[in-house]
Design a protein around this ligand. Structure first.
Ligand SMILES: NC(=O)c1ccc[n+]([C@@H]2O[C@H](COP(=O)([O-])OP(=O)(O)OC[C@H]3O[C@@H](n4cnc5c(N)ncnc54)[C@H](O)[C@@H]3O)[C@@H](O)[C@H]2O)c1
Length: 265
């Protein structure tokens, strides 16, 4: 799947968490839309294939986003080397979650990556985004709105990030910076590739009852919404959470099955 959208030429986009499969898809889509992409991640090996594939308009900046010094150094380096910053994508995440048994350390670590670091990276990027009239996209999730068995930490972190998106939009509007979030449904990603042994059709089948599109999303399909929200095509859009979920959140507990006939059975 490719994107016929070129709304990000002259844009430098800083993106945390671009080193795995879904991240590669988003990077590829931003690149296709014309952007220079700066990947800030702890996984240099994981970023290598996408840099080799796309060439000099994609760069890797080794960054632990929970370390303020590293965040400051990365933002400064990106601005110095790319001549400015027009967009920020807070995508890095931790799935660490033991549900009801999660320790305080696990809570704090996951919240630090998923929530606090999005705020801190945005804080560091703010003055550069202000100068450029830039935009921020936060990665939230369908998990922000529903209970999922055995998961307490990840959904709470994503729900908080949906709210943080509104707060950011409110307080950065005066700087001419727009802030939105995308909430993907099941999306073809490293975790699915590993759990499904690379069998996309099997994962699509598993996803079918939960998504009106009867399959998992493709990273490029998420990337295209991110590119759209970062572009001047959406200058009146801020503070919104975008469902990029194949209709997952439109469905209720009855799923896409006629419920009324069952009452007569
Ligand atoms: N996979 C899905 O189906 C799905 C669904 C909904 C939302 N999402 C969201 O999409 C985004 C990407 O998900 P994914 O499945 O590709 O996740 P992933 O675990 O495969 O990738 C996360 C990335 O974040 C990086 N990272 C982790 N801690 C970091 C730190 N301290 N500093 C810098 N980088 C760090 C990792 O190295 C990795 O590259 C996440 O925000 C996730 O919540 C994914």
């Amino acid at each position: 799947m490719t994107l016929a959208f070129s709304g990000l030429t002259e844009h430098t986009i800083l993106l945390s968490g671009g080193s795995t499969l879904l991240g590669h898809g988003v990077v590829r889509t931003l690149h296709t839309a014309g952007a220079r992409v700066a990947i800030a991640d702890i996984d240099a090996e994981g970023a290598k294939p996408i840099i080799d594939e796309l060439g000099p308009r994609v760069r890797f900046y080794p960054t632990d986003i929970t370390d303020d010094g590293q965040v400051a150094a990365t933002v400064a380096a990106v601005v110095a080397e790319c001549g400015g910053l027009q967009g920020l994508v807070n995508m890095a995440c931790s799935y660490s979650d033991e549900g009801a048994d999660s320790t305080r350390a696990q809570w704090l670590q996951a919240l630090d990556v998923n929530l606090v670091s999005a705020a801190i990276v945005t804080q560091h990027a703010r003055r550069h985004l202000r100068a450029a009239g830039g935009a921020v996209v936060n990665f939230t999730s369908i998990s922000s709105k529903v209970a999922q068995t055995g998961r307490w930490v990840y959904p709470a972190s994503k729900a908080a990030l949906v709210q943080l998106t509104r707060s950011m939009a409110m307080d950065l509007a005066g700087d001419g910076i727009r802030v939105n979030s995308v909430s993907p449904g099941w999306t073809w990603s490293t975790i699915m590739d590993q759990r499904g042994g690379g069998d996309r059709a099997m994962i699509d089948n598993l996803a079918a009852p939960f998504h009106l599109t009867h399959r998992v999303g493709d990273p490029a399909e998420v990337g295209s919404v991110v590119a759209f929200l970062l572009s001047s095509a959406t200058t009146v859009v801020t503070g919104a959470d975008w469902a990029v979920d194949g209709g997952y959140s439109a469905m209720g507990p009855e799923q896409a099955v006629p419920a009324a006939p069952q009452t007569t059975e």
